[in-house]
Design a protein around this ligand. Structure first.
Ligand SMILES: CC(C)[C@H](C(=O)O)[C@@H](O)C(=O)O
Ligand code: SF4
Length: 420
């Protein structure tokens, strides 16, 4: 069995394999300020006529505010009021108004562990696969059903395994690797499959770097982006769940039935960029060098952690942001912000002329602020570059690693970070 088949077997109480339809028990459900209100409406619709209108288990629900914080419109403010009231009424204690981007906060607070079945009403919920959970995004109506019953039906997905070997060269990171994989298989390459990342390269990555890879599984159509848990996972969890011990069950069996196994050697991988307007339009940075940029955005659930900010800070040193370029730095959570603050990086960014905002999604999906205007070019460490994603439909978004972002912030154009 693959790790995903094992998780679905446990969650549905019977042995299942890829292709089976199951009704599974959910271990954790996450919703946020954009998709939450619709899920809550749906929940009350399901509950109509019942005397007790209670969620299935308040301790297994997490509600976070991140896409439009602080409220950037009256509509957002209304959504926030509704969710706060819902959390209070339902006794949902795991809710927070300004803790940061959901996909950073959920693992950071120790809500997810290997073997869990997690759903979130956000497509990048696949990020928690970095901890060996089967974690996937669902729509608000599915979330309504989960809030009411704690169950959801699934077709157990096939698995596509990515075996990655070799040491990542200097200034080449897990973001470059995942972009490379997406470029290779395409935006539908893992459609409805669990993307399983394995091999010595993946093993050598920190949880932060693994999160970047799991986060972007959806950009190849993946249902999940799962990494078998190991000592690195155990250590991360022990810092969050006192006494946590890794259960050796949560790995794929030798000879498990895969849809496809793909092999990669990253020893010579160059820094990669997803070019406008699709995440699978991936090219080595060297091919796009010299393109002028108007805005560099360092942040999001993909690459807004302390480690990412550290890469940018180290590359920038005491150099200023290039003239005419807006560098927008938005840490992914309050915790990551504080770590960067204490390390002196926030001060460094401010001195360099950057705009530093508190933890939220920022311009990642063209939400609250930092939008690109007609004809403008942005380079972002986030995960999507669809037309209009960060503002104007006439703007252009490139996606790259924090190092590639730092290089562009320093030079004002797309630059190979290995040259800095
Ligand atoms: C707002 C939400 C539905 C959306 C998602 O599901 O991914 C957003 O987070 C995104 O990244 O596009
Ligand atoms: S940071 Fe971007 S990708 Fe992540 S949840 Fe927010 S909008 Fe979605």
């Amino acid at each position: 069995m693959t790790i995903s088949e094992k998780i679905f077997s446990r969650a549905s109480g019977k042995e299942v394999k890829a292709g089976d339809f199951v009704l599974a028990n959910i271990d954790l459900a996450m919703t946020h300020d954009i998709t939450g209100p619709l899920a809550v409406d749906g929940f009350y619709e399901i509950m109509e006529g019942r005397e007790e209108k209670k969620v299935w288990d308040p301790s297994k629900i997490v509600i976070l505010f991140d896409h439009q914080v602080p409220a950037d419109s009256l509509h957002a403010a209304k959504n926030h009021i509704m969710l706060r009231e819902f959390a209070q009424e339902q006794n949902i204690l795991n809710y927070d108004v300004y803790e940061g981007v959901c996909h950073q906060v959920v693992p950071e607070k120790g809500h997810v562990k290997p073997g869990d079945l997690v759903v979130g009403s956000d497509s990048h919920t696949c990020a928690y696969g970095s901890l060996g959970a089967f974690s996937t995004g669902v729509g608000s109506t599915d979330m309504a059903a989960v809030l009411a019953s704690g169950k959801l039906w699934f077709r157990v997905p096939q698995t596509i395994r990515f075996e990655v070997e070799g040491k990542l060269p200097e200034r080449v990171y897990s973001k470059d690797l995942i972009l490379h994989l997406i470029g290779d298989v395409g935006v539908e390459g893992a459609r409805y499959m669990a993307a399983e990342y394995a091999g010595s390269t993946v093993r050598s990555l920190s949880i932060s770097e693994r999160m970047t890879m799991s986060n972007m599984a959806i950009e190849m159509g993946g249902k999940a982006g799962i990494i078998e848990p190991d000592g690195v996972t155990e250590k991360y969890l022990q810092e969050r769940i006192p006494g946590y011990k890794l259960d050796p069950e949560w790995v794929s069996d030798e000879g498990a039935d895969y849809q496809d196994i793909r092999h990669y050697d990253v020893s010579n991988l160059e820094p990669q960029l997803a070019c406008p307007h699709n995440v699978d339009n991936v090219k080595p940075v060297s091919e796009v060098e010299g393109t002028k940029v108007d805005q560099v955005f360092v942040g999001s659930c993909t690459n807004g952690r302390f480690e990412d900010l550290e890469i940018v800070a180290n590359m920038m040193g005491d150099e200023p942001v290039a003239e005419g370029v807006r560098l927008l730095v938005i840490p992914a959570s309050r915790t990551e912000y504080l770590k960067a603050l204490r390390a002196g990086y926030i001060e460094q960014f401010m001195e360099a002329g950057a705009i530093v905002e508190s933890a939220c999604c920022g311009p990642c999906m063209g939400g609250s602020f930092g939008l690109l205007g007609d004809g403008e070019v942005g380079l972002a460490t986030s995960n999507r570059n669809f037309r209009g994603r960060e503002g104007s439909a006439e703007s252009f978004v490139y996606l790259g690693s924090p190092a590639t972002a730092a290089a562009a912030a320093l030079t004002g154009e797309i630059t190979d970070p290995r040259k800095i």
